[in-house]
Write a protein that binds this ligand. Sequence first.
Ligand SMILES: Nc1nc2c(ncn2[C@@H]2O[C@H](COP(=O)(O)OP(=O)(O)O)[C@@H](O)[C@H]2O)c(=O)[nH]1
Ligand SMILES: [Mg+2]
Length: 258
Amino acid sequence: MCRTVDFRQAVLARNDDSARELRAALAGRGTVAVNLLSSPGSGKTALLEAELGLARRRGVPVAALTADLATENDALRLARSGAPVKQVLTDGLCHLEARMLAGHLDGWLPDDCRLLFVENVGNLVCPASYDLGESLRVVLASVTEGEDKPLKYPTAFGLANLVLVTKKDLAAAAEFDEAAFTANVRRVNPGVEVVHTSARTGDGVGALLDRALAVLGGAEPHRPVMAAAPHGHSHSHSHGEGHEDGHGHEHVVAGETP
Ligand SMILES: Nc1nc2c(ncn2[C@@H]2O[C@H](COP(=O)(O)OP(=O)(O)O)[C@@H](O)[C@H]2O)c(=O)[nH]1
Ligand SMILES: [Mg+2]
C-alpha cells in the first residue's frame, strides 16, 4: 500500500519538475499557457471557440491544444476560428501531463504564439493533480452541475487561479444559486475570482482573455491558498480526491438507517 503512495508521489513530483521546465521554456519565448479544467460537457470547447475568435479579432496570436480520449471533434470545432489547433488523444489516460504536453508542443507551437489555451481531458479529478506548466489554471462549472461541486472537488477548485461559471444563459432555467456556488468556491479557495460566462451570448468571454493577457503582461494571478509554491502549483497532493491507498474514507450520514 505504501509503495503505491510512494509511486504516486514520485510520478507527481516528476511531473512538477517537468511542469517547471515547461513554464520556464514558455516564459522564455513569451508564451503564457492557460489550462482549462472541467467535467465533460461544461462548455470548455464552446468557450474556447469564443475566446479564439475574440483573440483573433483583437490581433492576439493564440493557439489551442485540446485533449480527449477519442475523436477529433473538439479540434475541428476550434479550428473554425482560424487559430492553430492540435488534437491530442490520450490513449485512455484521464489527464494530460507536463512532459506529454511539452512533446506535443515541440515543433508545432507557432513562434509568434502569445497565449496557448489547453483544454484538458474532461473530468475534475485526475487533471487537478497535474501541473502542465500553465500560468493560469481555470476551472469551469456550468450552471446545470449544482452549486456543491466546489466542495466535492476541492483539489480542482482549490487550485484554480480563476473560476468560470458557464452557460449563464441557462441559469434561470436551472435555478442556479449564484451566491451558494460562490460561497462554496470561497470555502476551498478564498479570494479567487468567479466570472459568469455564456458562450451563447458572449457574456464574460472577454474576461478570460483579459486575465490571460494581464498574466502575459506580468500580472500575478490569484494565488490559491492550497498551493505552497510561487507559481501556485507545487501543491500538496495529499489533498486529492483520489486516495492514494485506493480505499478512501467512509462517512456515515445522520438519519440513514440500514
Ligand atoms: N446554452 C448554452 N449551451 C452551451 C454553452 N456552452 C456550451 N454549451 C453546450 O453544452 C454542450 C457541451 O459543450 P462543450 O463545449 O462540448 O463542452 P466540453 O465537453 O466541456 O468541451 C454543447 O451542446 C454546447 O453547445 C453556453 O454558454 N450556453
Ligand atoms: Mg471539449
